[in-house]
Structure formats: structure tokens, C-alpha cells
Write a protein that binds this ligand. Structure first.
Ligand SMILES: Cc1cc2nc3c(=O)[nH]c(=O)nc-3n(C[C@H](O)[C@H](O)[C@H](O)COP(=O)(O)OP(=O)(O)OC[C@H]3O[C@@H](n4cnc5c(N)ncnc54)[C@H](O)[C@@H]3O)c2cc1C
Length: 561
């Protein structure tokens, strides 16, 4: 058994102890023999640091001696595990070729087999037994690392800062371990700020690996500093570039890569899209007890990478040049990439309140997602959820688990036309959810943080409530602004595809390919649209996944034509 080999006494009670046999399996000599052609052997010296947190690291398989995996923290080092003969290093980031979040140091000198990112990917794509063993171990290791709550990436923020919430969401949705220090709750945080010579005006502040300090960084800066993306080779013309890593884009990435296409998936925020902001998806086939959008996205992400799809997060696509093939995608950072086909999977963005000061409370009392990150901000107080669809219903039910009262506000006279019956039943059965029909928010008040909300029910006087947390779940608008008007859209801005395309759409874009557009193909040959962004799509996770998967067959056809 490997557990006694890997786990030190101090780890026995840690999150790593739970499923240690699966988390830290020991490879047999036969398995090591299969890995040997994919790597090279090197001798190790006692105390030698093979990789620091922040370095891009290969996988190390211990052939002799031992390696210790250390989690650097502000307070010093925490030993995660000791790998001995037959054990291997790494976690989900290793497979993605991303920077490590731990330090790898030689404890007892010996020999390791070094397998780089390309070698590792070759193994997981060709050896199903090792692939399963590595995948399971890597996922469990990252999950355990996340639950330790320790890291040397420290977010100094405040519950009264929208930027703090944004970065918390970014780390959580990327499964990146970080320590959250709240200046309002912990006086020692001010001391820490002085130590790093930063003032409260710079909030939120990110201290990376004890040295790099970022003041109110963008998600792109965070990703670049922490090595959360590999560099993009922009000389290569890819078979397909998928824009958007929601359920539709991730499914397209999985199918494209698994069917041998050179595929890249680009995401402006974090993988998962709208589904990533759902606390629990209960109608997705195969998950009878439901699955959080975060967990679904994390699994899909690693699946896409296992098959070799390149994924870049915090990479915003600014525009598309569709006048000549291969098509060019331009990024906000000035770079560009080219592909023979493009899959548009940019989904939709939440509708906002049409009140002048609403944008100022974004993340400061107004939220567009209801997951545990946002719920923590609300404590046990009263909250408002606006909307009559399933996302609003889910949010209300989820928040009723921790909040004293959830006020569900809808403009319509009921929920029956817009919400699934199972959610309506749960809402009716929850003593701490109050449904207010024919009701709209008419005013928001507060200095920095939202403090007071006024709502008006048809036929009644406006009511003012001291409630500081409002969840907006009022439907969404398509993310098609980046398409530069070169593709036919419907009057609401959704991409027309296949039989939804009118003759005028095709003549406007000079469709001259001598064939009809495929079902998911837009008015430009080789540019497809799937999921919520597509006109006429069913706005559900399963539908988005189905469209993303199915369109790849059409991508193949177009590539071969
Ligand atoms: C809170 C909530 C709960 C929900 N619950 C359920 C449920 O229980 N069951 C269900 O079936 N459906 C549910 N839905 C609906 C479901 O999530 C969507 O139908 C589904 O996510 C659509 O997938 P998509 O990939 O088409 O688009 P999206 O999920 O919208 O993903 C699009 C992605 O593209 C990215 N993007 C946008 N523009 C750019 C750009 N220019 N460059 C790069 N990337 C870009 C976005 O950041 C996003 O990640 C819920 C939705 C919400 C909001």
C-alpha cells in the first residue's frame, strides 16, 4: 500500500488523508516501464529544489530516493506529501502546462523520471489505465489543496470592495488556491499591508509568492503573473478556435480535440460561463443529485485538456476578421491567432437593472451569480432575488439555506410560465422565501455598499427595505458585440445559423461556397455558432453541451470541403 509511504504523521489528519490511496497511488514497475520512453532520467541531490511555486513544472516520477511537496505560506512551509519510489508529482496544472502552486524539493537523493507536458499529454491520450490513474489523482490533489485554505498567494481585500469579489470569483472558478484576508475582519491585515508598503486605497491587493505585489489587478494581470496560461503560438493556423468556454464551448473543445483537430478554446473570464455561476444544476443528465456549475466546468476543462485542446482563460477576444480565410481573431492584448474554422460560443450576459446607480453597486450588494462566494457576503441577513426563471428559482432556494429571508421579486403575476415546477414547489414549501409578484425595484441607496432598496408592487405604495444584497437573475443578452457586424444576427443580436439564415443574410456576406450552410453554420462559411448565443437555441446546459458537441462533425465536413 502506498499510504504509509506517502503520508507523514502530520498529514494523517489533513485533507490529503481522506482518499490518499487514490490521491497518491504508487506506480507498478510495469506502469513505470510504459512511462519511461516519454521522459528522461535525472539524478537528484539532497535539498535540491526541482521547482518553486510559480514555475512551470514537468511531472516527476520517483525511481529512487524521495521528493517532498511543500506548500509555501506566509508563515513558512507546510509539508503536503513525501513522494517515494513509484510515486509521482503534479496536479491538474501539470497537465495544462501551467505554473505550479507548490514547491518540489528533493528529500532523499536518488533518481527521477522527468516527463514534460507534451510527454504527459501523449501518455494520457494513449494509455487509458494511466490516464485514469493520473486524472483521478490530479483532481483529488487540487481539491484537497483548495480545502486546506493555505497558499502563498494572498488576497488582501474587503467585503466592501467589488474588486475583491471579482478576484475571489476568478480564483475560485479557476480552482486556484489563495488565502483571503479581510481588512474589516482581521486587524493584523493592516500590519501586513504596512509590511508590503501598500495603502488601503490600493485595494484589493494581491501578494504573489511573497514578493510580487499587484494593486487592484485585472483578471488578465493575475493570470499572467501567476502563470495561469501558457504562451500562445500565433504563427500556427489552427483547425478550429472556439470562442467562449461555457458548456457549449467546452463541449466543442472536448469533441474537437478528441477527434484529432488542432483546437484552441478562448475564454474572457473563467471556464464555465453562466453555468459556472449556478450553485446547483439539477436537470443535467447523469447527475441525479445535481452538480454545481463550478464542478461541471472543472471536469469539462480537464477533459478538454486531456484530449489536447489548448485553453486560455482571462483572454478576451476583441474582434474577428472574417473577410478572408483563415480567419483572424484579435485579442485585447494586441496579439492575434488564425484558424480555418471558428466556433462562436460566447453565450449571453445578464440583463442589468435600468437604474442610474445600479452599475456602481456591482459586486457591492448587486450580484449576478449565487454561489457560496456571494452567499458568504450576505451572512444570515435578508436578501432579494429578482427574476422569474430557473436561475432565479435556484438562487432563491440556495440562499434560503443561509439567509433569514429571501424576497423573490417578479414582474409577472406568477412563476408558472417561466420556472420549472420542481423549483416552484420548493419555493412554495420554503418558509423563508417570500414571492412578490408584479413587483419591481425602483430605487437603490447606499454610499459604497448597497444599503437600502425600494420596490413597488402594482397597486401598492412603494416599500423601502434595509436590505444590502440583491441577486439579479433577469435573463441575458447575447455576447456578439465582438463580431464586428460581419455575421448575420437576428433583431435581438443572436447569431443566425442554418435554416434561420435568410437569403438576404447570405447575399450580404457574399456566401459563395456552392452549398447550403450547415445547421450550426453562420452566414460566413466555416464560422459556427452554438449554445445560448445562437438564435433559436434552448437556453439550457444540456442543449449547449449538445450543440457544442454536434457542431464538430460539421466543422470536420467544412474542413474537408
Ligand atoms: C445562475 C444560473 C443558473 C442556471 N441554471 C441552469 C440549470 O440548472 N440548468 C440548465 O439547464 N441551465 C441553467 N442555466 C442556463 C445555462 O447556464 C446556460 O444555458 C448555458 O450556460 C449556456 O451555455 P453557453 O456555453 O452557450 O454560454 P455561456 O454559459 O454564457 O458561456 C459563454 C462563455 O463565453 C465567454 N465569452 C463571452 N464573450 C467572450 C469574448 N469576447 N471572448 C472570450 N470569451 C467570451 C463568457 O465569459 C462565457 O464564459 C443557468 C444560468 C444561470 C445564469
Amino acid at each position: 500500500m502506498n499510504t504509509e509511504v506517502n503520508l507523514e504523521g502530520s498529514i494523517a489528519h489533513s485533507p490529503y488523508a481522506g482518499r490518499s490511496a487514490q490521491m497518491f497511488p504508487r506506480l507498478t514497475s510495469v506502469q513505470i516501464a510504459r512511462l519511461t520512453p516519454h521522459g528522461k532520467q535525472i539524478a537528484t541531490l539532497r535539498g535540491q529544489i526541482l521547482a518553486e511555486a510559480g514555475d512551470r513544472v514537468p511531472m516527476y516520477v520517483v525511481l529512487a530516493g524521495s521528493l517532498e511537496i511543500i506548500q509555501p505560506t506566509l508563515a513558512g512551509e507546510t509539508l503536503v506529501v513525501v513522494h517515494t519510489q513509484g510515486s509521482f508529482s503534479g496536479d491538474v496544472g501539470t497537465l495544462r502546462g501551467l505554473s505550479s502552486v507548490v514547491r518540489t524539493r528533493v528529500r532523499d537523493p536518488g533518481t527521477v523520471l522527468v516527463i514534460d507536458n507534451a510527454g504527459l499529454r501523449a501518455v494520457v491520450q494513449t494509455d487509458s489505465q494511466l490516464s485514469e490513474l493520473f486524472m483521478r489523482a490530479y483532481i483529488l490533489r487540487r481539491v484537497a489543496l483548495m480545502t486546506t485554505g493555505s497558499s502563498d498567494v494572498i488576497l488582501l481585500g474587503s467585503t466592501r470592495s467589488a474588486g475583491t469579489l471579482r478576484i475571489q470569483q476568478f480564483f475560485t472558478r479557476n480552482s486556484y488556491p489563495f488565502v483571503n484576508l479581510d481588512i474589516d475582519a482581521d486587524a493584523s491585515v493592516r500590519e501586513l499591508l504596512e509590511r508590503f508598503h501598500v495603502g488601503v486605497e490600493d485595494f484589493p491587493v494581491l501578494v504573489c509568492h511573497g514578493s510580487v505585489i499587484l494593486k487592484n489587478p485585472s483578471n488578465e494581470e493575475v493570470a499572467a503573473t501567476l502563470g495561469m496560461n501558457q504562451e500562445i503560438d500565433n504563427d500556427r493556423v489552427r483547425d478550429v478556435i472556439v470562442v467562449g468556454a461555457g458548456p457549449a464551448g467546452l463541449a466543442a473543445g472536448v469533441y474537437a480535440a478528441s477527434e484529432g483537430l488542432d483546437a484552441m478554446v478562448l475564454e474572457t473570464g473563467t471556464p464555465g460561463g453562466q453555468a459556472g455561476s449556478s450553485s446547483k444544476i439539477e436537470n443535467y443528465l447523469g447527475f441525479p443529485t445535481g452538480i454545481s456549475g463550478l464542478a461541471l466546468a472543472a471536469r469539462a476543462l480537464i477533459q478538454a485538456q486531456k484530449f489536447g485542446a489548448e485553453i486560455r482563460t482571462a483572454y478576451s477576444v476583441l474582434s474577428l476578421s472574417c473577410d478572408k480565410r483563415p480567419y483572424t481573431i484579435h485579442f485585447a492584448n494586441g496579439l492575434s491567432v488564425r484558424a480555418r474554422t471558428i466556433v462562436i460560443a460566447t453565450g449571453a450576459e445578464y440583463r442589468q437593472l435600468s437604474l442610474g446607480n445600479a452599475a456602481g453597486f456591482m459586486g457591492m450588494g448587486i450580484y449576478y451569480a449565487a454561489t457560496s462566494t456571494e452567499a458568504k457576503r450576505c451572512g444570515t441577513g435578508e436578501v432579494i432575488v429578482v427574476g422569474g426563471g430557473n436561475s432565479a428559482g435556484q438562487a432563491a432556494v440556495f440562499l434560503s439555506g443561509t439567509c433569514k429571508m429571501v424576497h423573490l421579486l417578479v414582474r409577472a403575476s406568477g412563476l408558472a410560465d417561466t420556472m420549472s415546477q420542481y423549483l416552484i414547489r420548493r419555493i412554495n414549501d420554503s418558509p423563508n422565501i417570500t414571492l412578490h409578484v408584479k413587483t419591481e425595484i425602483t430605487a437603490l441607496e447606499g454610499t459604497d455598499q448597497l444599503e437600502r432598496v425600494t420596490w413597488k408592487t402594482v397597486g401598492k405604495e412603494p416599500e423601502v427595505h434595509d436590505i444590502g444584497h440583491v441577486f439579479l437573475m433577469m435573463g441575458a443578452l447575447p455576447c456578439t458585440g465582438w463580431l464586428n457586424s460581419c455575421i448575420a444576427l437576428n433583431d435581438k443580436g443572436f447569431v443566425r445559423t442554418g435554416s434561420d439564415l435568410h437569403d438576404a443574410d447570405l447575399s450580404a456576406t457574399d456566401w459563395n461556397s456552392g452549398r447550403h450552410p450547415e445547421f450550426f453554420e453562420s452566414s460566413i462559411p466555416g464560422i459556427f455558432a452554438v449554445g445560448d448565443v445562437r438564435c433559436g437555441s434552448i437556453k439550457r446546459v444540456a442543449a449547449a453541451v449538445g450543440e457544442g458537441s454536434a457542431c464538430i462533425q460539421q466543422v470536420h465536413r467544412v474542413l474537408q470541403s
